[in-house]
Design a protein around this ligand. Structure first.
Ligand code: ADP
Length: 429
């Protein structure tokens, strides 16, 4: 049932004790080893011993991406370089990449949380993993690789791109599990169809998808198109990489378990930074409790979601809802806040549409305009004006914005070639 049942089902009171103990020693480490944090604490008039337990965490200052950039590349390391065993960087989706370092113990924690995640996603020892996350500075490829090895899987390190080869390997090597971005899973599903590959002939049963926001709309398409059970994996390089949280494949749609013995999550108000109660949406903030080479205190991820405990869940750890988007990806259209995932959610209600889409944002005079380009299913007429009209109306009544609709033929919108897909083109910037 679990990769690590003792930890994954640990009673909450015990988990809190563990978190408190770990937080206190982590603060000591930050204060003694990282000049940036020592200064920050001094500025705030704080000392590590002021913090008595995890319940005091909100008294501590945040760390931001900007802090990482200012200390680029190695300024936040809490250890000397001879103890570092690997260096990664973020994908750089929102600017200059941030750099992170791991010592041996950190790499073992990374393997552990990814192994737990793979297991929760349906993977078992003895299965083969088709790993289509990019290998390299990005944490996806090597991160999943290490965890799968630890779990006892045979890893096929395909990496991203070269779709022909991916399909050949899926057919010939018969992996039971695939991991990649959800948009690349869409590409693979489309390509199977295009080439007349019946997904039921493939042996792949589970898809573990993450690294970018996705909704139920894409889950349905991928599950059908590849004949798999798809679950969500979340992570970010600053905290460790993939495996910060994972959805249980038997509890799909109820959120992803945050491995909170290692990463303590909070949701805070995006404007004030004040902690928000469970269930409310805000910015996700993480404190690493066990990382040694580069521990981070209350790291402001900029990702928007909510947290809650699930009394019906198999594990005791908290669940995070799906990410709506990054705070800095939030579009403001004529005063209305918009995440592209809201449009994706609406597409689900239209059988004749498929979730291959793009939002083109522009400004005419003083007016913001959004054009939704979305593909129709195979064989469906893209000139179907009644369909375009119904989509426009549904968006208007749900989101409250008038958007222009352009229905496109199946295959007309750029697909993911392996990495994260850009769904929004904002020409106002
Ligand atoms: P970058 O910020 O440059 O993309 P990373 O490669 O470390 O750097 O990616 C981490 C970010 O990717 C997260 O902060 C989040 O915005 C996004 N992400 C990762 N996994 C998911 C997921 N399952 N759902 C939504 N967004 C995700």
């Amino acid at each position: 049932m679990y990769y690590n049942s003792r930890i994954e089902t640990m009673p909450l009171a015990q988990l809190r004790e563990l978190q408190s103990k770990r937080l206190k020693s982590m603060l000591r480490r930050l204060y003694d080893q990282v000049p940036f944090y020592k200064e920050l604490f001094t500025k705030e008039g704080l000392r590590p011993e002021d913090i008595k337990g995890i319940e005091d965490i909100h008294k501590l200052p945040f760390t931001t991406k900007e802090d990482l950039r200012k200390n680029y590349p190695f300024g936040l390391l809490a250890e000397s370089m001879d103890q570092i065993r690997r260096i990664h960087a973020s994908s750089g989706t929102t600017g200059k990449p941030t750099v992170v370092g791991y010592n041996q113990n950190d790499l073992e924690i990374f393997d552990e949380v990814v192994a737990r995640s793979l297991y929760a996603g349906g993977a078992r020892p003895g299965m083969k993993l088709h790993n289509a996350y990019g290998y390299g500075l990005f944490t996806g490829g090597l991160g999943m690789h290490g965890g799968a090895t630890k779990l006892g899987m045979a890893v096929i390190p395909v990496s991203g791109g070269m779709t022909d080869r991916q399909l050949m390997i899926l057919k010939d090597f018969e992996p039971e599990v695939i991991c990649c971005t959800p948009s690349y899973a869409q590409t693979l599903a489309d390509e199977c169809k295009k080439r007349g590959i019946d997904p039921r002939e493939l042996k792949v049963q589970y898809a573990i998808l993450g690294a970018e926001p996705w909704t139920e709309t894409i889950r349905i398409q991928v599950e059908h198109g590849l004949q798999v059970k798809a679950s969500n994996i979340y992570g970010l390089s600053e905290i460790i990489g993939p495996g910060v949280s994972q959805e249980d494949v038997e509890e799909k749609g109820t959120g992803s378990y945050v491995w909170e013995d290692h990463f303590f999550p909070e949701i805070v108000d995006r404007d004030t930074g004040k902690p928000l109660p469970y269930g409310e949406e805000g910015v996700l903030v993480f404190t690493t409790l066990t990382k040694e080479a580069m521990p981070l205190l209350r790291y402001w991820t900029n990702d928007i979601c909510s947290l809650r405990y699930d009394p019906n869940g198999k594990r005791t750890h908290i669940k995070m809802g799906s990410i709506k988007g990054r705070a800095d990806d939030m579009l403001i259209i004529r005063g209305v806040n918009l995440f592209y995932t809201q449009v994706e959610e609406i597409i689900k209600e239209f059988d004749l549409l498929v979730p291959n889409y793009q939002l083109i944002v522009s400004r005419e005079g003083n007016l913001d305009k959004v054009l939704v380009k979305v593909e129709t299913g195979e064989g469906v007429d893209a000139g179907n004006e009644a369909l375009a009209h119904r989509l426009k109306e549904k968006i208007r009544s749900t989101i409250g914005l008038n958007m222009d609709i352009s229905l496109e033929y199946f295959g007309a919108i750029p697909r993911s070639q392996g990495g994260k897909l850009k769904r929004v083109i904002d020409t106002r910037r």
